[in-house]
Ligand binder design. Structure first.
Ligand code: VG1
Ligand code: CO
Length: 546
């Protein structure tokens, strides 16, 4: 039976960098999630080819509130004329798996339930995001249309009564809609097998390659167990925290040196593992560690691009590379040597979609531990881990040597991001506005040895669809290639987070072994002098340094 429920519109449902993210408590308000979901369905129904009878993919990272959300979305989908839902068993799917499944099964789109690297649990965060038929996050035009709809919505529809079992594989009916419960890993694992040399990887593991993978109590646990464990032979106890928990064990499922402490400790031992990797809440991020070395995500993109020819899926070469604006220019150096273009997009994976669809870029990356390729339209944590393992197997060198060789060939782009979290919004805005107003007067000024060449607020012109995205981050660019970038986070759920990105190039191999914080020390001082985050916020230091 279809029931129509009256509701009042909410005013705060504008999707951010990656969908709508809020505290669980916000989502638990009566009608809050339903209003947003109905706004998605209404917006899709108003599109040219409509929604009726179409297939959608649905799954989440298993965090607290996942089950309630899955149940509500299924009941609403059935009442809104969706033909079929492909649902991950127990409501679970990683973000890259959703992307893979949408593409493989030619679905109209999909809904991902996740707040990614943000903590979960009753006091943590929840999120929802719509992906389009290419498997990628909805572009801004669509997210804005959904937001507009959410402000005018007065009712939603759902079916009542019928029951279903999300743990039982196979087809079930919910009203007129078919729900097909699928194995969350199978399609994704099959895709990985096509891209990478699994025989060679299995040989590497068999030969005793000492690695650890940390799923951080999040969604990549089942994927790692099947692919790294069952298919490639990695010992079960080398797969850490591989059972997803609704609150991620109370931890922050963010694969970076600050939050993946257990893995960092293991990799910093004298004779410990030679390779470490971790993924985030929804499985789209990756961190790569060598023994006593944390690979900067910007460097990781550059290394994958430089070594793509070693990996079966990329043997034919790359059409181009794309990186988000704050990501370091290490990938640009590789693109230049390969004679391919390197595109610079705003932060957020949705901006890579057009370049990938048009085959202008093959590999993409962000400094925030995100890397992927045209195999899906999301970033992909385990994919990056398998890529690294494949190139290690071919080159016969550990991560540390591969990095050193890379820097020797291309120079090193020292890089760091300083995050100031939960600032009062007024203060954060004042800091950004202050720098914005000064940009014009800064050009040409000298700071120590560094001369400011250019300063602006980044505007992106999409070369494929001609759309423009303004106000994507303030950047100070120096004559020697160094950069300081400042932007406000679009994924936080409490106050405002300022991100300060720092990059400095060093060609001299004798200076490639510095701690990035030391190599960047003068730039950090310049940033404080010019922007004054500490001065204006009263904070002594950033909350997270990566
Ligand atoms: C952050 C990262 C951005 C990433 C986004 C989603 O956004 O900086 O690079 O695409 O998170 O990642 P922001 O606006 O907070 O800086 V995920 O793994 O949270 O979906
Ligand atoms: Co994520």
């Amino acid at each position: 039976m279809i029931r129509q429920v009256d509701c009042h519109p909410f005013t705060d449902q504008r999707p951010g960098t990656s969908g709508l993210r809020k505290k669980v408590k916000v989502f638990q308000q009566p009608h809050y999630l339903a209003t947003f979901v109905q706004s998605i369905f209404d917006t899709l129904a108003a599109e040219q080819d409509g929604l009726a009878g179409k297939t959608l993919v649905l799954g989440g990272d298993g965090r607290y509130f996942n089950n309630e959300a899955i149940e509500l979305i299924l009941r609403m989908a059935a009442a809104n004329g969706v033909g079929r839902i492909l649902l991950g068993q127990d409501g679970l799917l990683s973000t890259p798996a959703v992307s893979c499944i949408i593409r493989k099964h030619k679905a109209h789109g999909g809904i991902v339930l996740s707040a990614s690297h943000n903590p979960g649990g009753p006091d943590g965060d929840f999120g929802i995001k719509y992906n389009i038929s290419n498997g990628g996050p909805a572009p801004e035009k669509l997210t804005e249309a959904i937001f507009t709809r959410s402000k005018g919505i007065t009712s939603y529809r759902l079916i009542e009564g019928a029951s279903f079992d999300s743990s039982r594989l196979g087809q079930q009916k919910l009203g007129d809609m078919t729900v097909e419960v699928i194995d969350p890993v199978a399609d994704y694992a099959e895709l990985m097998q096509r891209l990478f040399d699994f025989d060679r990887l299995a040989d590497l593991i068999k030969a005793g390659f000492d690695l650890r993978f940390d799923a951080m109590h999040a969604i990549t646990g089942p994927y790692a167990k099947r692919i790294l464990g069952d298919m490639l032979g990695v010992k079960a106890d080398w797969l850490l925290n591989a059972t997803p928990l609704p609150d991620f064990g109370g931890d922050h499922p963010d694969p970076n040196p600050a939050h993946a402490k257990e893995l960092m400790t293991l990799l910093w031992q004298e004779n410990g593992p030679v390779f470490g990797a971790a993924s985030d809440g929804d499985g789209d991020r990756n961190m790569i560690l060598g023994r006593r070395l944390a690979v900067s995500p910007s460097d990781s993109l550059a290394v994958l691009a430089a070594n793509a020819k070693h990996v079966p899926g990329y043997r034919d070469g790359l059409a181009g590379i794309a990186r988000s604006m704050p990501t370091s220019q290490a990938a640009d150096a590789v693109a230049k040597s390969l004679g391919i273009p390197c595109f610079e997009t705003p932060t957020g994976w949705k901006f890579f979609g057009n370049l990938l669809d048009a085959d202008r870029a093959t590999l993409c990356g962000e400094e925030s531990y995100g890397t992927s390729s045209n195999h899906v339209r999301e970033k992909d944590g385990l994919w990056a881990v398998l890529f690294w393992l494949n190139l290690i197997a071919v080159r016969g060198q550990p991560v540390t040597e591969i990095m050193r060789d890379h820097w020797r060939q291309f120079g090193r782009h020292y890089y760091s991001r300083h995050d100031y979290e939960t600032l009062e919004s007024d203060i954060a805005n004042k800091i950004v506005d202050g720098l914005q107003q000064e940009l014009g007067g800064l050009k040409g000024r000298a700071f120590g040895d560094r001369q400011l060449r250019h300063a602006d607020d980044f505007t992106y012109h999409d070369p494929i669809d001609g759309s423009t995205s303004a106000k994507q981050g303030l950047r100070l660019m120096f004559e020697d290639g160094a950069r300081i970038v400042l932007r406000l986070s679009g994924t936080g759920t409490e106050g405002a987070t300022l991100r300060l990105y720092l990059e400095s190039y060093q060609a001299d191999p004798a200076k490639h072994d510095l701690d990035p914080q030391i190599a960047l020390a003068d730039l950090i001082d310049i940033a404080e002098n010019v922007i004054g985050i500490k001065r204006q916020s009263g904070r002594q230091q950033p909350d997270v340094v990566t």
